[in-house]
Design a protein around this ligand. Structure first.
Ligand code: 13P
Length: 248
């Protein structure tokens, strides 16, 4: 295993309540006991818990991220939404944008690009999700889709900005199915070849059904800087297991 920093980003989606604040204590303790290892744990709970999580992790090595933002940088009459400034104000450092669950609700690449520009203006680090659906994969459109997602979403972004790219094949999210290492490697190499033309300082993660049983296999891929984890990240035990196995 190489010596680089590994990212473990916990996307809690629409799960979690006040009792979750207690459950992450185990992960806080784990990170303290393993402070010599090079990893970053970033919790992305729902908005309702983002302020509380950010307070709880303040004096730890853990960090927080939001799961989305509104595209408008300015405050305004947008019922039910929050903007990048509001997120930043909570002490949050990251934001997930372009998640396939939000793309499925109508967010297109151009709209995601606007959100990214707003996030960067607020000095948030963007975690940009890209990935093909099963139909696109079957129709051999994966490369075309990934290229378009990268090029449109990252349009107008300063080359020096730090961005995290999360490759999440849509067909792998919540299904228990992960790509073969050969397929994953091929797609990651392709993504890197496109992203590196746009920005210099980026990390690349994999997301989709990451769990303690498949982490060893996924870790064989040197190209990866870490993982965006959904379901398994809600269990402190599973998250700790995933991290521990990464460093074995
Ligand atoms: P699962 O790990 O539950 O498949 O979710 C992945 C994901 O969508 C993370 O953003």
């Amino acid at each position: 295993m190489t010596n680089k920093i590994r990212y473990f980003i916990a996307n809690w989606k629409m799960y979690g309540d006040l009792s979750s604040l207690k459950s992450i204590q185990k992960v806080i303790k784990f990170s303290r006991l393993n402070s010599t290892k090079k990893f970053r744990i970033i919790y992305c709970p729902p908005y309702t818990l983002l302020g509380d999580f950010s307070r709880v992790v303040k004096k730890t090595s853990l960090e927080t991220g939001a799961q989305n933002i509104h595209a408008n940088f300015d405050f305004g009459a947008n019922t039910g939404f929050v903007n990048s400034k509001m997120i930043k104000n909570l002490g949050v450092k990251y934001v997930i944008l372009g998640h396939s669950e939000n793309r499925a609700l109508g967010e297109d690449n151009k709209h995601i690009n606007n959100k990214i520009l707003s996030a960067i203006k607020s000095k948030l680090t963007v975690i940009l999700c890209i990935g093909e659906t099963i139909t696109q994969k079957k129709n051999k459109k994966t490369k075309t889709i990934l290229k378009k997602q990268i090029e449109v979403c990252l349009k107008g972004i300063n080359k020096k900005k730090r961005v995290i790219i999360a490759y999440e094949p849509v067909w792998s999210i919540g299904t228990g199915i992960i790509p073969t290492n050969i397929e994953l490697k091929k797609n990651l190499q392709f993504i890197k070849s496109i992203v590196s033309k746009k920005i210099k300082n980026y990390k690349i993660l994999y997301g989709g059904s990451v769990n303690p049983n498949n982490i060893k296999k996924l870790n064989e891929i040197d190209l990866l800087d870490g993982f965006l984890i959904g379901g398994a990240s809600q269990s402190s035990k599973k998250l700790i297991d995933i991290i521990t196995k990464t460093f074995k």
